[in-house]
Design a binder for this molecule. Sequence first.
Ligand code: SF4
Length: 323
Amino acid sequence: MDSATGSSVEGSAENCSGAAAGPVRGPAAVPPASLSPSRAADFMRCPLLYRFRVIDRLPEKPSAAATRGTVVHAVLERLFDAPAEERTAPRAVSLVPGEWERLLAAKPELAGLFLREDGSRDDEALARWLADAERLVERWFSLEDPTRLEPAERELSVQTVLEPVAEEDGAGRPELLLRGIVDRLDVAPSGELRIVDYKTGKAPSPQYRGEALFQMMFYALVVWRLRGRVPRRLQLVYLGSGDVLTYDPVEAELHAVERKLRALWDAIAEATRTGDWRPRPTKLCGWCDHRAVCPEFGGTPPPYPLPLPAQRDGAAQGRMDAV
Ligand code: SF4
């Protein structure tokens, strides 16, 4: 599941709600404890964005697109509860309103997505949004045939620990907990594994496929470690454009992904220690909820909520003085 669809990862922004204008504080700050594909992508895109989401846990506005993604994912997952011959497009489409109601019951604040300026409910906007979700669900049937699929796992929560590594120069690398949610895992009679991820957006142009592929390689690494077998195929299903992208990884590539994730974690640990989280503006800033507190847009980040080296040294000196 991707970040745009509200995947459940380090429990940061995706669990928050409400407007993000101004330095509104989220729950108590804690240092990062694990890495998911979404948050790894955040750090690579903009370290300051990672800080706001994972450390400050600043609230973010719910978005209609991400919420639609959550509903569509739920429908595609739930459809497999039915016997194979009943997994039809009309049945899947009929599940959309119910999954929306279920999500709304769990997160009543989502009702705010469909309000007019005067606070009244915008039933037409909701109907258009539901129709869009239904179209995405229907398109899936032109890409895959669920009557011929029996997923081994759906919405599979996965995690693994990369063990600490001692470097030749005596330096060490700490352990790293990797975690995420795999939309679907198929297992062939031969035992071959296929990891499938649904995207409700459009397939990226070739020069921007790296991020999506990185997410899949992340999952491939975790599944390889959990199942002892390199996944045969990684499959991205883009419902927005009706494309299916596949990639067949090899073991050497997964070792390279592991090295990259360890280097990323080192960089995150260093930024956590020093409080040096640099903004990295791109055209994606237009979708960032935190522009009001971003220096690139004239804002000031909230005070860093974790102890900085000088504070840690001072605290340690204080403890020694007290002995
Ligand atoms: S507005 Fe852009 S530069 Fe600033 S935190 Fe967001 S993504 Fe980073």
